[in-house]
Design a protein around this ligand. Structure first.
Ligand SMILES: Cc1ncc(COP(=O)(O)O)c(C=O)c1O
Length: 409
């Protein structure tokens, strides 16, 4: 038990220091954390960058591309550098974006841009306010932020949560039937999953584009892609890069988490949009209080994040690609080892780093911090999930089996 439990129920600086020291330095973080798309510890290089700035309150407020503003202790220039880096990596000439608190916010910003952009189209009014109401389509395997964001943006009355197949990919027959039934003057917004949370599924975006084009909705459909986890993997390893580029060319926005594949040690996300949509959707308000344009969901943003992200991408494309290649190789190794001991496991999308299988005994799930949902478990092969952690996981299953206890839940 943690000896620093606050039994006195009194907050004190001493209590805080003792707890922090005990919990995170003496005990240390448990590296056996294979169930979530994050790495629980920072490497020295990343920590150093953070320590230089740990004495400053760095706040980015207002549109990062608006250089004016009253508050001077900011890193909006670094924030622009990060957006420019991703603009080049994904070949988006008219990019706009910012560093969000995470992909929930990145998805919200994308859906906000999409909803407002579609409202600018000259479709017959379908609301009492006189603005066209988009139909919002997303799949049941979408991250829970998508439905919550639809609620926040009042899209929930006009949305369809589509079925998925065994792999968690959007049901295309249902998608086709629904888009064909939507009147042509009704705008559509679609969320595309590029790596679902549980199974790492990638919606068949190519066919989805074809179905939209065939339905006659090409010019009044907005696509946002949730690429929180698999955006970088596909950028480097999609087997048909021109197909992948077509995805980027057709969507209005996407989000990529910074604390997932990029292993930044604070939750964050890169929101990427295109000026073509953003400029129409968010004309922006000049806020006199901050002296800057406001186009982001959050007000004050964490100015440390662009520094941590820049430190990561400053290592160069090759280093990034190498990190991901190692995760993919380790994922192959994990599948081989699981199959070698007779455990059926699946990857919805390959190249991908999520392997899912029937839920194992509580002891195994707990020790290796596996995420469980609907009788399934998964392992996300993040950079820290190396071969010795994988071997330990397999050994634990074998030992559990040898003890005669039930292996599956
Ligand atoms: C596919 C997907 N989208 C969005 C998110 C939300 O990210 P965050 O928790 O950073 O807001 C997650 C988180 O795991 C995710 O897996």
């Amino acid at each position: 038990m943690n000896p620093y439990t606050n039994t006195a129920n009194k907050i004190s600086r001493e209590y805080l220091d003792q707890y922090l020291h005990h919990q995170f330095l003496d005990v240390g973080v448990d590296q056996r954390a294979m169930g979530y798309p994050v790495t629980p510890f920072a490497d020295e290089a990343r920590a150093d960058v953070a320590s230089v700035f740990s004495k400053l309150l760095l706040i980015n407020v207002g549109d990062p591309f608006d250089e004016s503003g009253h508050w001077k202790t900011h890193t909006k220039f670094f924030e622009r550098d990060v957006i420019k880096f991703f603009g080049e990596l994904f070949q988006i000439a008219d990019h706009w974006g910012y560093i969000a608190s995470g992909s929930t916010e990145g998805n919200l910003q994308g859906m906000y841009v999409g909803r407002n952009y579609l409202r600018t189209l000259s479709a017959p009014a379908t609301t009492t306010s006189g603005r066209p109401r988009p139909m919002f389509l997303f799949s049941k395997a979408s991250h829970y932020s998508i439905k919550k964001n639809a609620d926040i943006l009042s899209l929930d009355e006009d949305m369809v949560e589509l079925n998925v197949n065994d792999k968690d990919e959007m049901d295309l027959a249902q998608f086709e039937a629904i888009v064909n039934a939507i009147p042509l003057d009704r705008p559509i917004m679609v969320n595309l999953n590029i790596g679902t949370t549980m199974k790492g599924a990638v919606d068949d975006f190519d066919t989805i584009f074809t179905l939209i084009d065939k339905s006659g909705h090409k010019d009044n459909t907005y696509f946002h892609a949730d690429m929180a986890l698999y955006g970088l993997i596909l950028r480097f390893f999609h087997p048909d890069q021109s197909k992948f580029q077509n995805l980027i060319d057709r969507i209005g926005s996407f989000t990529i988490s910074g604390h997932k594949m990029l292993t930044v040690q604070m939750p964050c996300a890169i929101f990427m949009g295109k000026c073509h949509y953003v400029d129409k959707a968010l004309c922006g308000t000049r806020v006199s209080y901050i002296g800057s344009m406001d186009r982001t969901i959050s007000g004050s943003r964490n100015g440390m994040l662009p520094i941590l992200l820049l430190a990561k991408v400053a290592r160069g494309m090759d280093a990034l690609k190498k990190d991901i290649q190692l995760c993919l190789d380790n994922c192959d190794y994990l599948c081989e080892r699981m199959e070698s001991i007779g455990i059926e496991c699946h990857r919805s999308y390959n190249p991908g780093i999520i392997v899912y299988f029937s839920e194992l005994a509580d002891y195994i799930s707990d020790k290796h911090q596996l995420a469980c949902h609907d009788g399934m478990s998964h392992i996300v092969c993040m950079p820290h999930v190396n071969r010795s952690l994988i071997d330990e996981f397999i050994d634990d299953i074998l030992a559990h089996r040898a003890s005669g206890e039930e292996e599956k839940k």
